[in-house]
Design a protein around this ligand. Structure first.
Ligand SMILES: [Mg+2]
Length: 313
């Protein structure tokens, strides 16, 4: 199918399934080096086989997809934006004994439980991937509403991560996703990225600096480098996860962009078969429901912030 013929639903479902598949595939290689992956998987890691340091069952996903689903559940339960419901949904997820949970996420959710506060203090330690990785439901629910995208993205981000680079990366992925969901071109994405790079030069990704840690700068560079040099969901995800490091999060985020760009029909059928059926069904139901939320997205509780201006480094 030509990308021009894709519907919004094709793109949104492509983004969410691409995200979950990138997570499920990349989890196998998380914390491995590219050399170790190449030595272990002849021809590269190309199938969802589970394992990895989490010893996942094939087709299962990690905190990235689980937190995104928890965020989406809160949006749907509120039929709008209610940050406390998002925080409560993250609490419910943490109590479900997930396979993994990032340090800053655990700390932020615990702070909410103990203090009831909805914003982590500004911290140098909060520049991990946790906020950017889970924001896809917000991007879908605030389509065509750029100010709401900023407001809701930063509010959910600051529950656990409060750092200018985490903020910038969360917004950059959110904006790129919305451009693609609305049928924008790769050129439109390039222009959007140029604006981000002008504000945050350390995000420059060409040439690729070669780092794959859970630092949000490394992830953004890895994901954008792969997204702009590949032309399919499969090639984008395979390229990223075989670089190792935080392969599940980077795989998820490049799957999100590639799925939004090339649509659900471009996802290899074997990956759709390999993804856990329960996860796939939840993703499918949530995508349709998020697209059906009222527009503009109602703010159900007083917002904790006014809409911020972009900051430079
Ligand atoms: Mg993960």
């Amino acid at each position: 199918m030509s990308v021009a013929a894709l519907t919004l639903y094709d793109r949104a479902l492509g983004a969410y399934l691409g995200f979950a598949i990138g997570d499920a595939l990349g989890a196998t290689a998380e914390f491995m080096t590219a050399r170790e992956i190449a030595d272990t998987y002849k021809g590269g890691l190309r199938n969802i086989v589970g394992g990895g340091w989490l010893r996942l069952r094939p087709g299962h996903v990690t905190d990235d997809t689980q937190m995104a689903l928890a965020l989406g559940d809160a949006l749907l339960a509120a039929r709008g934006w209610d940050l406390r419901m998002v925080a409560d949904s993250f609490v419910g997820w943490m109590r479900s004994r997930p396979p993994d949970i990032g340090h800053a996420c655990r700390r932020g959710i615990r702070r909410y439980l103990v203090e009831g506060t909805l914003e982590a203090p500004l911290s140098e330690d909060n520049a991990g991937n946790g906020a950017a990785m889970r924001n896809l439901p917000v991007a879908i629910a605030t389509l065509d509403e750029p100010e709401l995208l900023v407001c809701c993205s930063l509010e959910q981000a600051h529950l656990t991560h409060h750092h200018p680079l985490s903020d910038a990366a969360t917004l950059a992925f959110g904006r790129l996703t919305q451009i693609l969901l609305l049928g924008g071109s790769i050129g439109d994405c390039r222009r959007c990225v140029s604006e981000t790079l002008a504000l945050h030069p350390r995000f420059r990704f060409e040439p690729w600096p070669g780092n794959t840690s859970g630092y949000v700068v490394d992830t953004l560079q890895t994901v954008l480098h792969a997204f702009f040099r590949n032309d399919s969901v499969e090639s984008c995800i395979v390229d990223v996860v075989n670089r190792g490091g935080d392969a599940d999060t980077a795989g998820a985020l490049v799957g999100q962009l590639a799925g939004a760009c090339y649509g659900v029909h471009d996802i290899p059928p074997r990956w759709l078969r390999q993804l856990d059926r329960g996860i796939a069904e939840r993703v499918q139901r949530q995508t349709a429901a998020l697209l059906s939320l009222p527009r503009p997205l109602p703010l159900r509780a007083p917002s904790t912030r006014s809409i911020p201006l972009p900051t430079t480094e």
